[in-house]
Design a protein around this ligand. Structure first.
Ligand code: ZN
Length: 635
């Protein structure tokens, strides 16, 4: 079907559903959404079922916007809106977008702006004529979140043109003929580090993840003929922000791609944060970054965000839905519904199938699913991890005994994921008096990553979400025990502080970053402790220290220095963001409905093969472990 025909049919369908007293002035595509303009916003406000009926009738996401002639001037509208919204909503900012007829209201308590069953929003629509869009202002201000919002605001004309183009491409005419679906392994198969999969049908092409191995700079096989030219790609779908999944996406824009990236809102913000940091590190190492900040900006401008459970057309014959993956903030399992129910495939990305301090367990219930492409990082025979509670108890022991002997604790962490989880455990244990109070300092990008977590509480597990939603006194991240290290002087003071204290600092594998400043000053003192909570790759300083090396030399501000290691060294395995072998097998065992085929990626060769054999033996599923560049026909 062509675009014009779809719009004509949409208009006919809308006219059938909408009562005659409502005037529809225009219908158009905006990305995957059909936008309906009307002169009678108040009728839509009064009749809440109408939008639902339209979405069902059109089988599309629908947005109702006021016809421009019915809207108040922004100055007058703002006055009215401020009068309607209760004070306790704590409005931070209100801004108007003429091109879409939307007014964005940024508040500390967005629930209050929305009102009971949306009654305040409806009132705003009725009185001002503008369509309200409510966003939360993070209780901890995040530079990333506010810069991205300001950037998108400044580019709204460009963005509108882009969304219209995407909408038209999704609605394009397709050819009749034999249907087929296949998936090509472009990276991250029988290895960990550069995940990329190409999902292809007769009509469409979707790239799922496009990572970079940050330690070796290895990239996926993007020069395969089926991917070229990049303009022929319909969409890039990103499961989560870690660089081994997102790190090369900006380069796609450098080489000619100008289509959408689909990601959850926190994934968009975190990917930009990590990519910009990756570029900075590459520049300071003297190696070349594969793209510039202009390409990261272009990527952000082209990102269409989707929440969990929001089904969306991303190509003429593909609908996609994100589900919680439990791995890091915003991480998603991407479920694809191809053709009219012809085939269903889910890509897990990285998953944690256990409730953690931060997230609910990964989702494994789908309306339909025939093939699952799953990670297998800890799929090996001996890959069992202690539970979250055992890990917390271990942490408590080490913190207590270090405090008793008057020492300091250093915890090298990645900025996103593990650091927030360790913060939550420490906060809880100190609040309950299970460990003595001492200050906790956060150095490196941890503060910024934590701020992004508090901007999106709806992506956290239910109990944490409720605590953050309730009010600021309940928000564990705002606890007075946490201090941000902001200057070199402050770091110097902490290093020389005689009292017991805790430092969480990047980088997580000790290959640079502020963690090295603390380490070189504290390592030779036996009363101090270092605790490893994340994976330490072969060849990193973290791996050497963890392995018990007594003396190491490393480069510090251009000088080779030697450090003697006498501090207590501990490793806590139970904070992993990945499922262990048992959890991976349970994820498949409890999946509904029962899939037919499991394809394994994101694991060392031996581990992926081992897990594939076990799953085949246990459930008799067709299991595959393709090599990079192999293609499997699914349907
Ligand atoms: Zn990951």
């Amino acid at each position: 079907m062509g675009v014009d025909r779809i719009l004509r049919e949409a208009r006919a369908a809308v006219e059938k559903i909408v009562p005659a007293n409502i005037e529809i002035t225009a219908i158009d595509f905006e990305g995957p959404v059909i936008v309906i303009y009307t002169k009678n916003m108040e009728e839509f406000a009064r009749n809440a079922d109408l939008i639902k009926k339209l979405a069902q009738g059109l089988r599309k996401r629908v947005s109702i916007r006021p016809d421009p002639s019915t809207m108040l001037k922004p100055e007058d509208a703002e006055e009215k809106i401020r009068a309607i919204i209760p004070e306790e909503a704590k409005i931070v900012d209100i801004f108007f977008e003429d091109s879409t007829g939307q007014v964005t209201i940024e508040a500390l308590a967005p629930g209050i702006v929305i009102g009971k069953k949306g009654n305040i929003l409806n009132e705003i629509k009725k009185v001002s004529g503008w369509a309200p869009n409510v966003v939360r202002s993070p209780p901890i201000p995040s530079k990333t979140v506010s810069e991205i919002r300001a950037f998108l605001r400044s580019k709204r004309e460009e963005r509108k043109v882009f969304l219209r183009k995407v909408g038209r491409k999704i609605a394009r005419q397709t050819l009749d003929g034999e249907d087929w679906v296949r998936v090509t392994a472009l990276g991250g198969y029988r290895e960990v580090g550069r995940s990329a999969h190409l999902l292809m049908t007769r009509n469409s092409k979707v790239l799922i993840d496009c990572g970079i191995d940050a330690s070796s700079s290895q990239t996926p096989y993007l020069n395969v003929p089926e991917l070229m030219p990049l303009e022929t790609l319909d969409a890039v779908v990103l499961t989560h922000a870690h660089l081994d999944h997102s790190g090369l996406i900006p380069a796609l824009y450098k080489y000619g791609y100008d289509g959408p990236v689909y990601a959850t809102p926190p994934t968009r913000d975190l990917m930009a944060l990590l990519q910009l940091d990756y570029m900075k590190v590459a520049v300071s190492d003297g190696s070349n970054a594969p793209y510039s900040s202009a390409h990261v900006q272009k990527e952000v401008l082209h990102t269409i965000t989707l929440k969990y459970g929001e089904t969306t057309d991303i190509a003429p014959d593909i609908r996609m839905t994100f589900h919680n993956a439990g791995h890091i903030l915003g991480s998603a399992v991407a479920h694809f519904h191809i053709g009219d129910g012809a085939y269903n495939v889910a890509f897990t990305g990285d998953i944690k199938y256990e409730k953690t301090w931060l997230f609910n367990p990964a989702v494994n219930r789908f309306p339909r699913v025939e093939t699952v492409v799953m990670e297998s990082t800890y799929g090996g025979h001996n890959d069992t991890q202690p539970s979250r509670h055992e890990a917390a108890a271990q942490l408590e022991d080490i913190l207590r005994r270090t405090q008793e002997r008057g020492g300091k604790v250093l915890i090298p962490v990645f900025s996103v994921g593990r650091s927030q989880e360790v913060m939550l455990v420490i906060e809880e244990k100190m609040r309950h008096g299970e460990i003595p109070e001492m200050p906790v300092y956060l150095d490196g990008m941890i503060w910024e990553a934590t701020a992004i977590h508090t901007a999106y509480p709806e992506f956290l597990n239910n109990s944490l979400k409720n605590r953050i939603f309730k009010d600021s006194t309940e928000n564990p991240f705002l606890s007075p025990i946490f201090h941000r290290v902001e200057t070199r002087d402050m770091r110097e003071r902490i290093i020389n502080d005689p009292e017991p204290l805790i430092v969480l600092s990047t980088s997580g594998m000790m290959n640079g970053g502020p963690v090295m400043e603390y380490f070189k000053n504290w390592a030779d003192e036996p009363k101090n402790s270092i605790i490893f909570v994340g994976y330490q790759a072969e060849g990193t300083i973290g791996r050497k220290v963890q392995g018990g090396m007594k003396e190491i030399t490393f480069n510090s501000r251009g000088k080779q220095i030697g450090v003697e290691i006498n501090m207590e060294i501990s490793t806590i395995d139970g904070f992993s963001g990945h499922s262990d072998r048992r959890q991976l097998i349970n994820y498949i065992a409890n999946m509904e409905p029962r899939p037919e085929r499991i394809i394994l990626s994101h694991g060392e060769e031996k581990k992926s093969l081992d897990l594939a054999a076990s799953i085949h033996r246990k459930f008799n599923y067709d299991t595959r472990v393709p090599k990079n560049l192999e293609t499997i026909r699914l349907h």
